[in-house]
Design a protein. Structure first.
Length: 251
């Protein structure tokens, strides 16, 4: 929503989640009367999360890269006492999360791949999460600290995804892009997000969401009362099928 305002000057009002779920068709119709939603949404995924794009899209990725470098080298070590030898490992973590399918965490395998101890992996994940570079999403009913093993890891937003993953192409893990965007919008709006055995996410211990594209059906959330299918390949939804872009209006 903020990106649309900066790009168009349009006056858009934030919605509560309950209102969005009930009235997403009306929202889609209202926005589409004036603005080409798919184009703006795709722009946002690449460079809309930070106002740097106003200074030039060609330099956007390098600016985000500079932000990541500053956080790793200048912000985290003084606060945590991290040695500089740990920074390359954190870069590898960011790259792995950015270039993988929705990243299900396995501490033992991560420690082996990176050649560090399990406690070190936990520390690096904590530093990255507290610095706002990654988010851990925990299983339904679990606590909320990195040492309680989040089920999935995401970068904080899709712009960091692109910067840490170096580039996007048709071969990129679209599931990661979709879920990163959804998690960012819901948690930024103050909602509690958990992974689920049926569907991808449970929000506020009440709503269940399955995130996908045109091939995604309702089978994964069938039988659930408050279950919704969120798709990135549709401009307008109906009933309990909601376009992914609409969740950007939650704040």
């Amino acid at each position: 929503m903020k990106y649309l305002f900066l790009r168009t000057g349009g006056n858009f009002q934030p919605l509560l989640l309950d209102d969005l779920l009930k009235n997403h068709s009306e929202l889609a119709a209202d926005v589409q009367r004036t603005w080409p939603v798919p184009g703006f949404f795709n722009e946002y995924l690449e460079h809309g999360a930070y106002p740097f794009f106003l200074e030039g899209e060609n330099t956007f990725l390098s600016r985000i890269g500079n932000v990541i470098e500053k956080v790793l080298y200048e912000d985290i070590p003084p606060v945590t006492g991290l040695r500089l030898t740990g920074i390359p490992v954190m870069k590898k973590i960011l790259y792995e999360v950015a270039t993988s399918a929705p990243y299900e965490m396995n501490i033992d395998k991560m420690a082996g791949r990176f050649g560090v101890s399990r406690p070190s992996v936990y520390n690096y994940l904590t530093y990255l999460e507290e610095a706002g570079l990654i988010r851990g999403v925990y299983p339904k009913g679990s606590g909320s600290t990195i040492t309680r093993k989040p089920h999935k890891l995401y970068l904080e937003n899709t712009n960091l995804l692109r910067a840490a993953g170096l580039s996007w192409s048709p071969a990129d893990p679209m599931g990661t892009i979709r879920e990163t965007y959804f998690a960012c919008q819901l948690e930024s709006a103050g909602h509690r997000l958990r992974t689920a055995t049926k569907g991808d996410f449970v929000v506020d211990e009440k709503y269940r969401f399955e995130i996908g594209g045109k091939s995604k059906g309702k089978r994964q959330v069938s039988g659930e009362e408050e279950a919704y299918l969120v798709r990135d390949d549709t401009v307008s939804g109906f009933d309990r099928i909601i376009p992914l872009w609409a969740f950007g209006f939650l704040y």
